[in-house]
Design a binder for this molecule. Structure first.
Ligand code: PHE
Length: 349
């Protein structure tokens, strides 16, 4: 019996070495159950002691206890060592290499159109203007009627319209914000507002046309406002936007809501006026429509054209942005191509 126990001890220790060599903590538990567990080999040996004589019993009992003590301490030591190895390995695998070069995080940028709108706002706020907004889904009344387009007037065809309902549409310009502002403010003067926003027309998209685009509207109403005030202010704007020596000119035009009406051209900022592809050899580039507010528009807005006068303008933001950033296709502004947009990261103007 004693030899059996000693053989058991040897076998158990040999197995423990194998288990330790595996560096797998789960196997230690299997080993413990197999040799030291309630149904393990040592317990079985202990139970067999019942058949021994009273003289043999304490002797064998002593050996059983010695074997158990030897196995337990071998187990504890081997397990602790293995645990240390496993933990070290895990720590190593989770370690951060702080010397590794970092990845540059993706930084977003303001959309070029938003940049331009912000710049335009800054300039006009500097002139004492405030910023107004109006809805993109607009009533026919504000988009056309109050802007002096009578129903069935052919001038409505100038602006191919997306209709949402019989009297509801996607605004074709930001001019309805003129009417909404007058309705809110009349008969107060002065009125000095700009209104940036999206506008929509049923155009087929190509390099210079987009069904969705942006405008910045401007409206001034006060006593004795004259066309020269309009021209002087637009010149001041153009010089802040494009540079101190920027030249502008007004060209006669037509809009139902202004009289007289004009378009503002800036000297081509690429060729300086000598003629190039961008200005189609004319030396000038159109950036906005403008004029003196039509008496009918003032009246419908609650102002007395005998008492006050005003001017208005509406500029195409994409047009301004294309010139500023040399973007040649208007569709670039809504395609969300990161190769274009990332060029504006960190750019101030
Ligand atoms: N609303 C006109 C357009 O979209 C521009 C404009 C605004 C002209 C204000 C005159 C005065 O074409």
């Amino acid at each position: 019996m004693i030899e059996q126990l000693q053989a058991l001890q040897e076998r158990a220790l040999a197995r423990l070495q194998e288990v330790a060599a595996n560096e797998d903590l789960a196997r230690f538990e299997n080993w413990r159950v197999e040799f030291l567990g309630k149904k393990g080999e040592l317990s079985t040996a202990l139970r067999a002691m019942g058949s021994l004589s009273a003289a043999e019993r304490p002797l064998v009992g002593q050996v059983v206890n010695d074997v158990r003590a030897a196995l337990e301490s071998a187990y504890t030591a081997a397990y602790a060592q293995c645990l240390a190895v496993v933990q070290l390995r895990q720590e190593e695998s989770e370690a951060l290499d702080v010397t590794l070069a970092g990845r540059t995080p993706f930084v977003g940028a303001e959309h070029p159109l938003q940049k331009v709108i912000r710049r335009i706002e800054e300039i006009f706020v500097g002139f004492g203007f405030t910023v107004e907004e109006g809805p993109e889904v607009e009533l026919d009344y504000y988009n056309f009627e109050a802007m002096n387009f009578p129903k069935d007037h052919p001038a409505r065809d100038m602006q191919d319209t997306f209709f949402v309902g019989p009297d509801l549409l996607l605004r074709t310009h930001t001019s309805p914000v003129q009417a909404r502002t007058m309705e809110k403010r009349h008969p107060q003067v002065p009125v000095r507002i700009i209104a940036p926003g999206k506008t929509y027309r049923r155009d087929d998209d190509d390099a210079t046309h987009s069904h969705a685009f942006s405008q910045v509207e401007g409206l001034v109403i006060d006593h004795g406002v004259r066309m020269s005030d309009l021209k002087g202010m637009l010149l001041a704007f153009a010089r802040q936007m494009y540079g101190e020596n920027q030249e502008v000119r007004l060209r006669p035009s037509f809009f139902p809501f202004t009289e007289p009406s004009a378009e503002l051209d800036v000297r081509c900022i690429y060729c300086g006026g000598s003629g190039c592809n961008t200005c189609k050899q004319t030396g000038w580039i159109e950036i906005l429509g403008c004029g003196m507010v039509h008496p009918n528009v003032l009246r419908m807005g609650g102002y007395d054209p005998a008492q006050v006068s005003g001017f208005a303008f509406g500029m195409g933001v994409e047009r301004v942005a294309m010139l500023l950033y040399q973007v040649t296709d208007i569709r670039q502004f809504y395609l969300n191509d990161l190769r274009l947009l990332q060029q504006f990261v960190g750019l101030i103007r």
